[in-house]
Design a protein around this ligand. Structure first.
Ligand SMILES: O=C([O-])C(=O)C[C@H](O)[C@@H](O)C(=O)[O-]
Ligand SMILES: [Mg+2]
Length: 452
């Protein structure tokens, strides 16, 4: 393991703090910058990705002059929760992370965004939406920004603040999507990937992922076509990449019998089947009748959902996402619970930029029993707010030993993506894959599940 250098005694001792001055780790400013980021026309059970997707960039500045970076969802409902939390952080220490959830509950708890959220029961792509989940997703971005700032002060990488890395590289998988060549009406930024709407198209996409980034594992986002076609796509991948780990994720689109049928058809080539069906009860039923491991980022996305799922043996792999789980430290707590119950852990991804990818890599580096290559959308994102993009080699990212997250904000890029957010009339400020689908198919409504 290439060890990093901790600060040594040769480091100059900082001058004594003037009487009355705040400790250098005191938060003096928090900046929230919503951005709209180019997103290709990737298909899923709900519809298709919009040409631009919202993200929120968080900057936490300290009295000692460090600025920590965080990133999370940027939809209006998240922004409404982020604003009071940003104000409440002023004057606190970047090291005060254990009380961050209490603070968030206090200042965000009564906001209309948080209370109204309980009504939103649509499965979506991340299970049932609750006020708790929204708040945790918001505070995760602040936790990461505080860790980044703390690390910069301490001269330590974020993984060291989490107890230290157990590996020097984190492996990621190729995230394959059925997709169109372009967004309807030529909106958004063009790319040269072309359409992928059948098994040969998916294999071509997978080859490009492997050749460009070196990914070894392939995940196909399913729930788009009827199961026979998606089974054929996985078979085509298995023939093109013998022995490579494969996964299929229809985001809960199938009934229990359909899930069992797909499991039987593919159990010799899949390493796991991801959220074949919606709800813990249905997942438990499927799990009891197949040996193929079931993974989830839908029915176990909070600590409260663990007891039922684990005691019913509904899932064998939890796909953690530090945004959902409330940060990097909670992700490690989740890892401990999973270990206790003999449930494997890997990592889920939604559309995200390099700040979140850096955070994912730091926490993944600290989890001893990471069983599978982590998901990431990053290769689909051609835009970023960093001076330098993170680069996959051999399907892996090196774990940075630079203080903090090890990434640098590019203010011009941030400003450009924020200008796009400002210029938007509100249509794209909230991710809505069904609305994006209606641009091509005006009668489209999110399909009821089970769809097949
Ligand atoms: O279930 C998953 O892995 C996801 O929800 C990941 C993404 O949200 C994906 O489905 C998408 O972006 O269409
Ligand atoms: Mg999933």
């Amino acid at each position: 393991m290439d060890g990093h250098r901790l600060r040594t005694e040769t480091q100059p001792t900082p001058p004594p703090r003037p009487a009355g001055a705040p400790p250098p780790t005191t938060i003096t400013a928090v900046h929230l910058t919503p951005v709209l980021v180019a997103d290709p026309p990737l298909l899923n059970v709900q519809g298709v990705h919009q040409p631009h997707t919202p993200r929120l960039i968080i900057e936490v500045t300290t009295a000692g002059g460090a600025t920590g970076l965080g990133e999370t969802y940027g939809d209006t409902v998240y922004l409404d929760l982020a604003r009071p939390l940003a104000d409440a952080l002023i004057g606190r220490q970047v090291t005060e992370l254990n009380t961050l959830p209490l603070l968030a509950a206090e200042v965000c708890g009564d906001s209309p965004a948080a209370t109204g959220a309980e009504d939103v029961t649509a499965g979506g792509l991340r299970g049932v939406r609750t006020a708790d989940k929204l708040r945790l997703s918001v505070l995760s971005g602040f936790e990461v920004a505080c860790l980044d700032a703390w690390g910069r002060h301490a001269g330590l990488p974020v993984h060291a603040l989490l107890g230290g890395k157990v590996r020097d590289h984190v492996e990621y998988s190729a995230y394959l999507f059925y997709r169109w060549a372009a967004h309807p009406g030529g909106r958004g930024e063009p790319d040269d990937w072309g359409a992928a709407l059948d098994p040969p198209g998916i294999v071509t996409q997978a080859r490009r992922f492997r050749d460009t980034y070196g990914f070894r594992s392939f995940k196909l986002k399913g729930g788009v076509f009827e199961p026979a076609q998606e089974i054929a796509a996985i078979r085509a991948l298995a023939a093109a990449f013998p022995g490579h780990p494969l996964r299929l994720d229809p985001n809960g689109a199938w009934s229990v019998p359909t899930s069992l049928h797909v499991a039987r058809e593919l159990d010799d080539v899949l390493e796991y089947l991801e959220d074949p069906t919606s709800t813990t009860a249905h997942m438990a039923e499927v799990a009891s009748r197949t040996d193929l491991p079931l993974a989830t980022n839908m029915c176990v996305t909070t600590f409260a959902e663990i007891r039922e799922a684990f005691t019913r043996d509904a899932v064998q792999v939890v796909l953690a996402d530090h945004h959902y789980w409330g940060g990097l430290r909670n992700t490690r707590e989740l890892a401990a619970v999973c270990r206790t119950f003999g449930v494997a852990l890997s990592m889920h991804s939604n559309t995200h930029l390099g700040i979140s990818l850096a955070a994912m890599t730091h926490v993944a580096a600290t989890v001893p029993d990471l069983a599978y290559a982590c998901d990431t959308h990053y290769p689909w994102q051609t835009e970023d707010v960093l001076t330098e993009r993170l680069t996959f080699r051999d399907g892996r990212l090196p774990v940075s030993d630079t203080p903090g997250l090890g990434v640098t904000l590019d203010r011009d890029r941030l400003a450009a993506l924020h200008a796009r957010w400002l210029a938007d009339d509100g249509t794209l400020r909230d991710r809505d894959d069904a609305a994006a689908m209606r641009a091509a198919d005006p009668g489209w409504v999110v399909p009821q599940v089970p769809r097949w």
